[in-house]
Each structure stands twice: as C-alpha cells, then as structure tokens.
Ligand binder design. Structure first.
Ligand SMILES: NC(=O)c1ccc[n+]([C@@H]2O[C@H](COP(=O)([O-])OP(=O)(O)OC[C@H]3O[C@@H](n4cnc5c(N)ncnc54)[C@H](OP(=O)(O)O)[C@@H]3O)[C@@H](O)[C@H]2O)c1
Length: 344
C-alpha cells in the first residue's frame, strides 16, 4: 500500500510512484493531509489512497466537510496525548455525502445502501472527511435531512451533537429552566440556543455586538453583548451554564449559577474546588459520534425547528484559509469545505 512504502521511497512523489507501478487512478483520491503537526501550512492538498471499508463500515463519497476547532487543534498537535493519530492524517470529522459502498459484516448490511444521502461525525481518532471518500461506522451515520443541501448538512454533526449531548445528556435540561449559553453565535452555541428553546428553557446567550441579532433570530429570550456588558450583571439564578469559551468566562460563570445548578464545559475541566464552594455540579463534556442522535436532529431540521447557520463556504483546496478563519475565534455558525462540486 502506498502509505506503508512511503518512507522507503524517500522523496518520490505519489504521482511518480503511481506512474511507475501503474496503480489505477481509482485507488487514489483528492485529500487534505498533514504529515507533521504545525500551523495551517502543514495542510497539504494532494493525492491519497482511498480508504478501505471494514466490518460495520460504509464508504461515503464526501460532498461537503464541516470545519471545527477540533480540526486545527489536532493539526497543531494540541491534542497529542489525548487522542492518538497515525500520520499522515486526513483531518475533518464532519461530513455529508452519498454512500458509495457498504462494507462486509452483518452490522452494516441492511441499514444503509449505495446511493443513500447521509451525514455523520466520523471517528476523530482516524482519517477524516477532508477528502473525496471517508470510511464511517454505520453506528455514526444517519440519513441526511431531506430539506438540507449537503453543505448545510455537513455543518451540523459535530457541533449539534456536542450541544445535544451537553444539554440533554450531561445537563438533563428541563422545560422552564434558565440556561446561559456562552458563545451563542458559534458552531456549538448556535445549535445549543435552538435546542434549549425547543426544549422550553429560558435562554440567555452571549456574543459580540455584530451577533446580537443572530442570537435573537435563533430564539434567545435575552442576549448579552460581552464586549459592553458583564454577563454576571444580567444573568442570575441560572440552572445551567454552557461554557464554550473557558478561561475568565468560565471563572466568572460560577457567580451566576443557583444552588444545585450545573456548569457544563466543552473546553476546560471546571474546578472541583469551585463546585464545593458554590454548591453546584460541573461536567466536562466530550462529544461522541452517535447516528441515533443525529437521526433525531435530522427530524428536527426537517420539521423546521432547527437550522444550521453558515459563515462561509470554501473549496477543499482552501482548507488552510478555512483553518485560519476558524482559529480567529469569531466564526458565525459554521465554515464548510465544499468537496464535490454539485448542486444537491
Ligand atoms: N469537548 C468537546 O467535545 C467539544 C466539542 C465541540 C467543540 N468543543 C470546543 O468548544 C469550543 C467552541 O466550539 P465552536 O465550534 O462553537 O467554536 P467557534 O464556532 O469557533 O466559536 C466562535 C464563537 O465564539 C464567540 N465568542 C468568542 N469569544 C467570546 C466570548 N468571550 N464570549 C462569548 N462568545 C465569544 C464568537 O462570537 P463573536 O464573534 O460575536 O465574538 C463566535 O461566534 C472550541 O474550543 C471547541 O474546540 C469541544
């Protein structure tokens, strides 16, 4: 296999290798890969071997791949020690596309078939979706919402699952509860605001001046402009804080929780000391692929109760630019890479 022989071949390019050994074009695909950890410049747009599907997996022809902070944290090596990766690695674990091939074994058989339009959060420990094809476990896969273009569907899985699992799994959010969502205009936050409203909670969300209108459109009952207001002056007696920011924002969030409330963070483990001091709960939430939850999310989308917001669509070849934009920390909804150039 090409990857295994790479070190022996030294500096030989894939194109030369393919020419020399006569490997058919169909075994290769366009992909963004990293061969070492570092800045956006380590993202290489190149040929890579097509993934092989194993038991319980399907091969998906990727139409669009969502961009998440996870992608550039992995690229930068920030998660080394937490998540193990083999290099070269294809990043990007948010995808929408079409089933190309169903893998062997009973787990995959009967659940999906060639031609199904699907979306998924792929396994972040393996090759991802910045590529023409990706292998995905059937348990992570769901049928794409019919009402969404692939580009919008690809914006959904990682962020929506992170919001869903934090609010309804870790937080057990109930109708009528008061929730404060930090970063309500970001990838996770903009889904969290919509989920919390759908559940019947009272939603307070933070963002900068430019995003106040978006927060209201998403359904927030109260909005806070963190650039001119201290959220703790406005939000009080909160049942759940969803922290997508960390640092000083998390530090000040203890003050707004009522006794027995919960601080759920996606970015930084909350302090045990503060939990005892304030008589609250805290949870460090970690998103997991889940096809069943994605199906429930797809139903909400198709019944017009949920809608992803897109900040920008870029071609796959501009993954570097997409990472630079995402790393600015001010994405409005999601950035998406268009992988296949079609209209559906
Ligand atoms: N643990 C997990 O499983 C998990 C899963 C998903 C995400 N995450 C992490 O959660 C974090 C958020 O992810 P994301 O996809 O939502 O990121 P994102 O889309 O990049 O978030 C950007 C948003 O944050 C807002 N923001 C920036 N500074 C803020 C502040 N001080 N107060 C309030 N809002 C602020 C921005 O609004 P303005 O432009 O208006 O400032 C922007 O809309 C990332 O660190 C990500 O890695 C973790």
């Amino acid at each position: 296999m090409f990857v295994g022989n790479r070190q022996q071949r030294g500096r030989e390019t894939l194109a030369h290798y393919r020419h020399r050994v006569g490997t058919p074009r169909s075994e290769f695909m366009n992909a963004i890969r990293i061969h070492s950890y570092g800045g956006p410049e380590v993202l290489q747009y190149e040929d890579a071997p097509c993934p092989r599907v194993k038991n319980g997996e399907v091969l998906v022809r990727v139409h669009a791949a969502g961009v998440n902070p996870l992608d550039w944290k992995v690229r930068g090596g920030d998660l080394n020690g937490f998540v193990e990766h083999k290099l070269p690695l294809i990043p990007g674990w948010d995808l929408s596309g079409v089933v190309e091939k169903v893998g062997p074994g009973p787990a995959a058989a009967g659940r999906f078939k060639k031609g199904d339009e699907v979306f998924a959060m792929a396994d972040p420990t393996r090759d991802g979706a910045y590529a023409d094809y990706v292998a995905v476990r059937v348990t992570a896969l769901a049928l794409k919402p019919k009402s969404l273009h692939h580009v919008y569907a690809a914006a959904t899985p990682v962020s929506a699952l992170a919001a869903w699992q934090s609010l309804f799994g870790a937080g057990k959010l109930q109708p009528g509860q008061r929730i404060l969502i930090h970063g309500g205009s970001g990838g996770v936050g903009h889904f969290a605001v919509q989920f919390a409203k759908w559940k019947g909670a009272y939603v307070i969300a933070t963002a900068s001046t430019n995003n106040q209108q978006l927060l209201r459109k998403l359904g927030a009952d109260e909005t806070i402009d963190y650039t001119i207001q201290k959220f703790e002056d406005v939000a009080q007696k909160i049942d759940i804080v969803l922290d997508t920011i960390g640092g000083e924002t998390q530090e000040r969030s203890w003050l707004v929780l009522k006794q027995g409330g919960a601080l759920i963070s996606l970015v930084q483990p909350p302090s045990e000391e503060k939990v005892n001091q304030f008589g609250v709960r805290s949870i460090m939430s970690s998103v997991q692929p889940d096809g069943a939850q994605l199906s429930a999310i797809a139903k909400l989308i198709d019944s017009a109760k949920l809608r992803p917001t897109i900040d920008r669509i870029l071609p796959l070849s501009e993954a570097r630019r997409a990472h630079e934009l995402s790393q600015n920390g001010h994405t409005r909804g999601k950035i998406v890479l268009r992988v296949k150039d079609v209209q559906s």
